[in-house]
Design a protein around this ligand. Structure first.
Ligand SMILES: [Zn+2]
Ligand SMILES: [Zn+2]
Length: 234
């Protein structure tokens, strides 16, 4: 090794002591270059085998009978439970923004496996109002859309606009969820949406009301197909 290579090697070594790699799910320190610790690897609720595209769950856990909320399908790499719950919270609220890379890769695998025959024109994200953006610092749905764009080469387009602020879907009982987001999104560019196949990226799907409302607006503006991809479904 030359001096330059030596310096790079020791630089990386020191960096790995100061900023060690951490498990994306539980934040434990892991060996350099590893994303998931041994313990989490055993318990991650990965969605495998036949899945329901109405709710995104494995077929044997689905209770939706294939009901689609204006979108043509939703798919996710994980169930929103156990270590995935801690991992998503860590990423959203714990400042682990770099975990977007890991979640993006997992979502890309799901797209490759489940949407391989669909020629997407662009990736869209769930918009926030200016106030919400300010409060949260960044739009995690957009961060995922941009990461997926980097991985797939499909462009990102902010096709939707959020008209007013809403309460967090998470905090609401099921019977208020669909009303909370009703009429909250508008299409920015109907011409650019007409006849297009669109992929919406978001973090988690719980009731599906938010994704359904986004898909509805895109379909009303003439979108051909609207599919969703999320990190996890509940
Ligand atoms: Zn872990
Ligand atoms: Zn289902």
């Amino acid at each position: 090794m030359g001096i330059r290579e030596d310096l790079i090697f020791y630089g990386k070594l020191i960096k790995s002591y100061i900023y060690p790699d951490r498990c994306v799910f539980c934040d434990r320190v892991v060996d350099h270059g590893i994303s998931v610790c041994k313990k989490c690897r055993k318990t991650v609720p990965v969605i495998k085998g036949a899945r329901c595209f109405g709710c995104g769950k494995p077929k044997d856990k689905c209770k939706c009978a294939g009901r689609r909320r204006f979108y043509d399908g939703v798919a996710a790499p994980f169930m929103y439970s156990g270590v995935v719950q801690t991992g998503v919270k860590l990423w959203k609220y714990g400042g682990r923004h770099k975990n977007t890379e890991f979640f993006g890769k997992a979502m890309k695998r799901v797209i490759d496996e489940n949407y391989k025959n669909i020629d997407f024109d662009f990736i869209c994200y769930v918009p926030q109002t200016e106030k919400e953006k300010e409060k949260r610092g960044y739009n995690q749905s957009r961060a995922l859309a941009e990461e997926l764009s980097r991985l797939t080469g499909i462009p990102v387009k902010g096709a939707l606009f959020k008209v007013f602020e809403t309460r967090r879907q998470h905090d609401l009982p099921w019977y208020l969820k669909s009303g909370n987001v009703l009429g909250v999104f508008e299409c920015i560019d109907a011409q650019g949406v007409k006849g297009k196949n669109i992929l919406i990226a978001d973090d988690i799907k719980t009731s599906g009301c938010t994704l359904g409302e986004c898909a509805k607006v895109l379909k009303l503006s003439g979108a051909e197909k609207v599919y969703c991809v999320v990190i996890a479904v509940r």
